[in-house]
Design a protein around this ligand. Sequence first.
Ligand code: 16G
Ligand code: MG
Length: 546
Amino acid sequence: MMSQFQEVLKQSGLHPKPAGLVLQYGTAGFRTNAKKLDHIMFRMGLLATLRSRKTKATIGVMVTASHNPEEDNGVKLIDPMGEMVTPTWEGYATQLANAEQEDLLTALKDVIEKEAIDMSQEADVFVGKDTRSSSASLSQAVMDGVSALGGHSKDYGLVTTPQLHYMVCCQNTKGKYGDATVEGYYSKLYQAFIQLTKSVLNRTDDQKHLSVDGANGIGALKVREMEAHLKKELQISLFNDGSKGKLNHQCGADFVKVQQKPPTGVEMNPGERCCSFDGDADRIVYYFIDSEGQFHLLDGDKIATLISTFLKELLTQAGVDLKMGAVQTAYANGSSTRYLEDTMQVIVRCTKTGVKHLHHAAQEFDIGVYFEANGHGTVLFSKAAEEIIQHLAEDANINDERKRAARMLQNTINVINQTVGDAIADMLLIEAILAIKGMTIQQWDSIYSDLPNRQLKVKVADRRVIDTADAERRAVSPAGLQDAIDSLVKKYRKARSFVRPSGTEDVVRVYAEAETQESADDLAHKVSLAVYRLAGGVGGEPKQLL
Ligand code: 16G
Ligand code: MG
């Protein structure tokens, strides 16, 4: 034990912390300019080792900054079942990250003591990275941290974030979830996809074709890898594959969602299905241009609706009574919530932004479909639901329709990545659903019409002055802000607006929706000015909002 600490001391000198630098483990881990992250990575290697000893299981560490610019990087820890780490351990992460060089051992020993960690336990850490130029040395720093504390690391190299979540879950469930290899991941997904689509006869090449914007990132590499498996059942034209363009630059799911326009670098013909991944392939959005050249976005809400409709129909056909719910955040378009609740009669829950909140809420249902409007989402099946479906699929005494539906449910379970939102898995499920329902993207889009909306951001001196309640839908501080928002919202038809401090950027985010785009823009603008005035805006009153 003594020698482990000496090793940490020695090694940490090679990954020194810039004095005074303070970073926080945010919604999606640490994320900032890559130059500031070497010591963070080393320390997260240490922490993952402790977490592994504590849980007696394999822990994942993913080096990525998702949709942020190429210059940034970041790191996320993955718990044994593939979920996000608990809030207590996020707190430890922040403590370790911010301990000055000479205090590191004390901070480390503090965690060991609080959690009563047996340092003689084995420790295993899976490490993955995205395609950023800084990712190679940063993931090495993670592994240095693991070995300094006597743990073992396994380097998966270039993988998507959801792939690493999947590996961790497979490893800790001893293969029940699948093989903990990239090959195992593809084979599970494509087999389920082929099973789902095999009964659909006479699909034309057009129906099988999909354009994918890989955001010049890891998702592009992985789509390429998987393509061969798909046996032409899905014919992908891959754009922004990283061969020339810059990661996330004017492309990718975040760009498309926030800008509400097509990415650069994608050839689009009217009516053609296209989708964009983000920089670590845990988000996906679909879109197309119509014959008048107008752009239509099908975001996480539209995806959740499509999947929920499909599952609900299958449950009815299979004749099983399982409790299904949809989980959204305040960013969900009002039309989607209304459609799910009123037309589809699905229970809808609203949580705070951030995957862990949605994931948690989705676990309350037999089948929980969760999606953020930005395209991050998946479906969770309770263990009991999985068993019921499995029994039914194997039941010799039920009619063909019920059996077919039960088998489709089973294949849906296999194609989806239940550990976390996964662009590749979601894409395969969406493509299968469209094929099975014989639906075009236009038909999917017309299930309901989005209310026009606008997102803006405002710079303030300290975004922590904004405190929210009711799943971020109301601002409880600073005083007067919610009143100001309420009186602005009243001036527009079908309007709604809320503000929240970003968990990944030093800004306050503003969301507004209303009956027309002009009203949504106007409302977002006025709410931004209210935030600026009441929450200590900086940099001159924003005329041209960010
Ligand atoms: C992170 C979250 C995502 C959330 C986004 C909000 C995870 C894995 N990712 O990307 O769910 O929508 O942050 O960013 O939790 P914001 O706080 O800057 O608006
Ligand atoms: Mg991402």
